[in-house]
Design a protein around this ligand. Structure first.
Ligand code: HEC
Length: 117
């Protein structure tokens, strides 16, 4: 009986080590904030707020913000302009309300994360 308990304990320990340590790692990884990417986070914001003026396919004739290359090339100017006051010259999105802080933060984080596609 005692031997059984001992073997049982070892089995539980082995199972615990095998299954618990990787899942703990997975939990830690899940807690890390996800990278902000162009495809997942930035493109929808630009499509919702910067079209049609910056979307050549929709007739826009301003510098294009409808692609990764266009948006990443202009990120500094984009960040500067969306943080202006709506009454300032150069404010974007032109003739629209200012973007919310959380939306602007997505654009800032995209740059901080390294402009991931
Ligand atoms: C109603 C049309 C309109 C919308 C919507 C708009 N823009 Fe613009 N944008 C303009 C015009 C017109 C200019 C050129 C005048 C200027 O430089 O201020 C311009 C210029 C710019 C420039 C300088 C480069 C260039 O194309 O001349 C940037 C960067 C920019 N806009 C970013 C944005 C961003 C980011 C958004 C969305 C959050 C946005 N704009 C939304 C009309 C618009």
């Amino acid at each position: 009986m005692k031997k059984f308990t001992f073997i049982g304990l070892i089995a539980v320990a082995v199972i615990a080590f095998t299954y618990c340590s990787p899942s703990k790692k997975a939990t830690v990884a899940n807690l890390q904030p996800a990278l902000t990417t162009y495809d997942a986070n930035v493109a929808p914001i630009l499509a919702a707020n910067c079209a049609p003026c910056h979307f050549p396919e929709k007739g826009g004739n301003k510098k294009p913000l409808d692609s990764y290359n266009g948006a990443s090339a202009q990120i500094d100017d984009v960040l500067k302009r969306v943080q202006l006051n709506p009454t300032d010259r150069g404010f974007m999105p032109q003739r629209h309300p200012k973007l919310s802080d959380s939306t602007i933060n997505v654009l800032k984080k995209w740059k901080a994360d390294g402009l991931v596609k």
